[in-house]
Write a protein that binds this ligand. Structure first.
Ligand SMILES: Cc1ncc(COP(=O)(O)O)c(C=O)c1O
Length: 378
């Protein structure tokens, strides 16, 4: 089995990298830890799949082959014990456009979109883009995890949203929702006749092995659901996109598919072949990645806890640390940027006095980030 070296620092400047070639940096040396991609080279088999396309040389339109559908189906069954039918699959170039389309179809001006906050920013922005009412409820800290305030969740459901946007594992905050929580979400959504749209892009990024990903769609019977899965996040092929929506209900699926025409480009051959190689061969790379991410997570969290006024709850999944700060730190995001570290403002996710820091990089860069944080109080 090939051993991967995640310590290797790979120069991504001048590669049209959203992270490294950010015009905001304007020639300054900045350590970028904002957007959620990783600093690591992908698995060899993924590179081989891309090489094969290059050698072949033709880049026409592509269709999703049955072989890829079967691989996605097997992954759901083997990893999450979800038996799905091939007919339920709808392949799309990205999850965010898929969620946008679903909110456009299934929410309306009277019955809007419900989401927890803080949350991955498109979740709270999409309803606004579409002119649909946005209904939010807070996540709260409980026993060292970010969880739903279920009282507030139910109160929000009483406002009759048509769609609940579920992010599991949660970004930011890293919560992997357990069976009891999933049951409560389903029961309440059913009671208030609210469809569930579930984004499970981070499902494979379980950095605490005791947490177990549960697919909510597997357990829903009486209300429609759409569950989105992708290999792009956990296997670091985000730039190529590609995802699958699992839509068990035929009427819902047909309404969704109809709306994709004219809005969604076809998937590229690169995306299709890379997803195929990932499902077939990604496991070895991922099994080495996860302990590396956990090491970075633990290093960062231990470091953060040395400083009064900074706080980070342990993540169950994802590589996106959600760090709170008190007023003694001032505007932490701006101060860090001035010192050469770019992290995202909590407000982007509707979280006040937080930063989100992406630690999916060589440990040396996590240490560098920690030194920049420490320099603020020296
Ligand atoms: C929860 C979540 N969903 C979706 C995406 C992006 O998905 P896509 O690139 O397939 O639109 C991200 C990216 O960070 C994410 O964190």
């Amino acid at each position: 089995m090939k051993q991967y070296n995640f310590d290797q620092v790979i120069d991504r400047k001048n590669t049209s990298s959203y992270k490294w070639d950010n015009p905001l940096y304007d020639g300054k040396t900045i350590l970028p830890m904002p957007v959620a991609d990783m600093e690591f080279a992908v698995a060899d088999e993924i590179l081989e799949a891309l090489d094969k396309i290059t050698q072949h040389g033709v880049l026409g339109y592509s269709i999703v082959p049955d072989s890829l559908k079967v691989l996605a189906q097997a992954k759901l069954k083997n990893d999450y014990a979800w038996e799905t039918s091939l007919d339920w699959q709808v392949w799309l170039p990205g999850i965010v456009p898929g969620i946008t389309l679903a909110c456009d179809i299934f929410a309306n001006e009277e019955r809007g979109v419900l989401t927890p906050i803080p949350v991955y920013h498109p979740f709270h922005l999409i309803p606004t883009w579409l002119g649909r009412p946005l209904i939010t409820f807070p996540m709260v800290e409980e026993n060292g995890r970010w969880v739903y305030d279920f009282t507030a969740f139910e109160e929000s459901l009483q406002r009759k949203p048509a769609v609940f946007l579920f992010c599991n594992p949660h970004n930011p905050g890293g919560t992997v929702f357990n069976q009891e929580e999933i049951n409560r979400i389903i029961t309440l959504c059913k009671q208030y006749d609210c469809m569930i749209i579930s984004d499970e892009i981070h499902a494979d990024l379980q950095i605490y092995p005791q947490s177990q990903h549960i697919c909510i769609g597997q357990q829903i019977e009486d209300i429609p659901s759409i569950s989105f899965f992708a290999t792009s996040k956990a296997y670091n092929t985000a730039g190529l996109g590609g995802c699958v929506a699992i839509i068990p209900d035929k009427v819902t699926r047909e309404a969704f598919v109809k709306k994709t025409f004219g809005y969604m480009p076809m998937l590229s051959r690169h995306s299709i072949d890379v997803m195929t190689a990932t499902y077939q061969h990604g496991a070895n790379w991922l099994s080495q990645l996860l302990p590396y991410l956990k090491q970075n997570h633990d290093y960062l969290m231990n470091f953060i806890h040395q400083f009064p006024g900074l706080r980070m709850l342990p993540l169950e999944a994802t590589y996106l640390a959600w760090i709170s700060y008190d007023e003694t730190w001032g505007d932490l995001q701006v101060r860090l940027l001035e010192k050469g570290l770019h992290v995202l403002r909590g407000e982007q996710f509707k979280g006040k006095n937080f930063i989100r820091l992406n630690f999916a990089c060589p440990l040396s860069q996590v240490k560098e980030a920690c030194q920049i944080i420490a320099s603020l109080i020296q």
